[in-house]
Design a binder for this molecule. Structure first.
Ligand code: GLN
Length: 260
């Protein structure tokens, strides 16, 4: 066989398994749309998405999972999910420590930590990342834009949380707040990055207007599954996504958006 026929050999099929945790409960501001974006951006590159939905009452398994995603929701829904996930705490911890990719938005982000405050009750969290969440008034509600190393463009979206999240010393924030409030409205930082865990308060949903974030999750998962030398993700035509991102960013920075 000549080397040229070897080059023409079909590429072995690539696939990633996505665990979507409790979509029926944690789907605030269309957070489930993030899964559609992951799915399409994988398909467009010939990577087969295998989406596995975890529902209330299921005992999820993280064996073979490449990307886990958890959205945000009300305190009540968040507590129900937390009670279920606490039973899987050790498996989830092993997944995260092994470099499993985990995207978590708002209520889901708060669950990653040591605990979060719900009313006067301090609810134990999953202890996956060194962070904890207090509460504050008023709720933080409005548009947000941050600068983050995971995305070439600013990350834009919407935040609505009573929680104030504080990161431990070794935990990197996802980014710096350019507009809006972020983790606690004071530190100037938003979200967290720990190993391949990305936590954020940003809904929108997050990924449609922020393709860089979607590709960060996919490429981290590809590297974990297929090795650091896996070829980089093929660029996609993101003109529309980037135009939507830019319009929102420019409107926010020009003070054209009235909040509340
Ligand atoms: N219930 C949490 C809070 O208010 C999270 C809300 C959300 O997911 N948007 O802080």
């Amino acid at each position: 066989m000549t080397s040229s026929s070897a080059t023409n050999a079909p590429r072995p099929e690539r696939s990633l398994r996505i665990a979507h945790l409790y979509p029926e409960l944690l789907n605030l501001y269309g957070d489930s749309g993030n899964i559609l974006v992951l799915r399409k951006r994988m398909e467009w590159r010939g990577i087969r998405p295998d989406v596995y939905e975890v529902h209330v009452g299921d005992t999820p398994s993280f064996a073979g999972v490449d990307i886990a995603f958890i959205g945000g929701g009300s305190d009540r829904e968040q507590k129900i999910v937390c009670d279920f996930l606490l039973q899987q705490k050790h498996e989830l911890k092993a997944f995260v420590e092994d470099g499993g990719v985990l995207g978590a938005v708002c209520g889901g982000y708060q669950l990653l930590g040591e605990s979060y405050l719900m009313g006067d009750e301090r609810v134990p969290g999953l202890e996956l990342v060194d962070l904890y969440t207090d509460r504050g008034t008023p709720r933080i509600i409005g548009n947000i834009a941050i600068q983050s190393e995971v995305s070439p463009q600013p990350i834009v979206g919407y935040e609505n949380h009573g929680g104030r999240t504080h990161l431990g010393d070794g935990v990197q924030p996802l980014g710096k707040v350019l507009y809006g409030h972020g983790n606690d409205g004071q530190s100037g930082y938003e979200g967290c990055l720990y190993k391949n865990v990305l936590g954020t308060y940003i809904h929108g949903p997050l990924l449609p207007k922020n393709p860089g974030v979607a590709d960060w999750l996919i490429s981290r998962a590809m590297q974990r599954k297929y090795g650091q030398d896996v070829e980089p993700l093929e660029p996609l035509d993101d003109q529309e996504e980037l135009a939507a991102n830019r319009v929102m960013y420019e409107r926010l920075m020009a003070g054209e958006v009235q909040e509340g």
